[in-house]
Design a protein around this ligand. Structure first.
Ligand code: SF4
Length: 265
């Protein structure tokens, strides 16, 4: 991983594991972007559970693979499971839902380079395209119309060292930054990042849509990657209120609607 010239500004990450961030394993280039291929875990129509788009019907395209292993990951099944599909077929299947909002998620959707073609073609077709990304991969190649939900990995994720800080320079007014908080140390780390990176100022000035802060959801035994006990939403809410922190707290709406272990929702 290249040295980060802005590292001195950042609080340190403890307990982070080395992982191969930014690995691209998409199919070989083709002249027609529709003929490129992607490994897809699942496609489904559901209620958007996170971000400022929460509550809206949305088609989700979950791509296979992720170079990270967050302690609280709830989509471990997407690390390997999935089939190969052409970009053109995926576009057609997404459009068939007749839903104006689409999200690429994972796994890490940007780890497959053909994901950028998929997002562009869906934007061309008039869809609002969101991408939920770990923050470990370069977001710059995303089509200008794509809205990025950029996760900044906290120390408690175990993957803090994978944060690609240069992504912050590429954020656009419609983009959102997210912190998943596992404990008080994560909260204080996120609070420091927000201050040192001027994220709240960016929101105030219209250069960033929102700063999202979520409590890590407790994983059922056997479903977690390496174990995260989760954080009570009320605890996080009280910390935010006490600090007058300018963030938007969120819980995962789909886990309230459906059983948290349910797939395809
Ligand atoms: S939470 Fe996201 S980034 Fe972390 S391991 Fe799971 S899919 Fe990858």
């Amino acid at each position: 991983m290249a040295a980060n010239p802005l590292q001195h500004l950042m609080p340190t990450c403890s307990g982070a594991r080395a992982a191969a961030a930014g690995a691209a394993f998409g199919a070989a280039a083709a002249d027609d972007p529709r003929s490129g291929t992607l490994r897809v875990n699942e496609i489904f129509h559901s209620i958007q559970g996170e971000s400022t788009w929460a509550g809206e019907p949305c088609v989700f395209v979950r791509l296979t693979g992720c170079p990270l292993r967050c302690t609280y990951c709830d989509t471990e099944y997407a690390f390997r499971e999935g089939g190969t599909t052409t970009v053109g077929d995926l576009v057609d299947r997404v459009l068939a839902f007749g839903c104006p909002l689409v999200e690429l998620t994972g796994g890490e959707p940007l780890a497959q380079k053909r994901a950028f073609d998929l997002m562009r073609l869906l934007s061309d077709a008039g869809r609002t395209v969101l991408v939920e990304t770990s923050g470990a991969v370069d977001i710059a190649p995303c089509d200008p119309r794509v809205i990025r939900i950029l996760d900044l990995k906290t120390p408690g994720s175990g993957e803090c060292e994978q944060n690609r800080w240069t992504n912050l320079a590429d954020l656009r007014p419609a983009d959102e930054v997210k912190f998943v908080v596992t404990d008080r140390a994560d909260y204080e780390w996120a609070r420091t990042v927000i201050a040192e990176r001027g994220l709240a100022t960016m929101v105030r000035e219209g250069r960033l849509r929102a700063i999202l802060m979520s409590p890590a959801w407790a994983q059922a035994a056997g479903q977690e990657v390496s174990g995260s006990p989760g954080l009570e939403p009320r605890t996080l809410a009280e910390w935010i209120l006490a600090d007058r922190l300018a963030v938007r707290m969120q819980v995962q709406v789909h886990k309230v609607i459906w059983d948290p272990g349910t797939r395809g929702v």
